[in-house]
Design a protein around this ligand. Structure first.
Ligand code: HEM
Length: 198
């Protein structure tokens, strides 16, 4: 077996299918690729988060810390990946955007699962192995990185569509701001539940 086969390169590259026609194909393919990079990161984050939970009892403190640092690193990569959008041609984006109606990042199943696992599985934060200052401070950093990504995403929205509605038919910028506040509330509820100040 050679490298290209090992990583199923052709299959990976074949997943990029611009839909708005040849005029916008280069920019739309760049736009799709930025989403693909995010989704690959989301997949790794979910695997690590699930594995972290599964090995809660058996792993050492250092193994837990290493695993959480990897999740944190993937979120930082997401922030940098989003910055690639600075190099997406705005006029071309507005040109192919009508073909995206009904399609929105808010439907990302992996992102929704991330929110579910990270913020809504509050029970696990009561577990002794998580309720440890070293572990909790990395959880705090992961929440902060997710928040930084959301701030960067709001800047992207402002640059490309200003106060327009999203393709997912929300109020766009205002909706995203509310989402960010919502995750802050969920995180603060977790901390209050633990009665801890980090
Ligand atoms: C030009 C680039 C982008 C624009 C203009 C944009 C715009 C928007 C808007 C307006 C929303 C609100 C929902 C809606 O009505 O559609 C949204 C949500 C979302 N977008 Fe983007 N987006 C862009 C790029 C990205 C990228 C690269 C990702 C990577 C996966 C992404 C992931 C998401 C997610 C996950 C949400 C839901 C967030 C939440 O509810 O917490 N977006 N986007």
């Amino acid at each position: 077996m050679i490298y290209d086969d090992y990583i199923a390169l052709q299959k990976l590259l074949d997943c990029n299918k611009p839909r708005a026609g040849v005029k916008y194909a280069l920019e739309e393919s760049f736009f799709i690729r930025i989403h693909h990079i995010h989704e690959i990161n989301f997949a790794q984050i979910l695997l690590d988060l699930k594995s972290f939970d599964a090995k809660l009892i058996t792993s050492t403190l250092q193994q837990k810390i290493d695993q959480l640092h990897r999740i944190l690193a993937c979120w930082k990569l997401n922030i940098n990946t989003l910055k690639l959008l600075e190099f997406l041609d705005k006029e071309a984006f507005l040109g192919f955007r009508p073909s995206l109606m009904g399609i929105s990042g808010m439907q990302s199943s992996q992102y929704l699962l991330w929110v579910e696992l990270f913020y809504k599985t509050a029970d696990r934060y009561n577990h002794q192995a998580i309720n440890h200052p070293g572990i909790l401070s990395i959880f705090q950093s992961i929440h902060a990185s997710h928040n930084d990504w959301l701030v960067a995403h709001e800047e992207v929205i402002l640059h490309f569509i200003q106060n327009d509605h999203g393709t997912g038919d929300t109020e766009g910028l205002r909706y995203m701001h509310e989402q960010r506040n919502h995750y802050d509330t969920l995180w603060n509820e977790i901390l209050t539940g633990l009665n801890k100040v980090i």
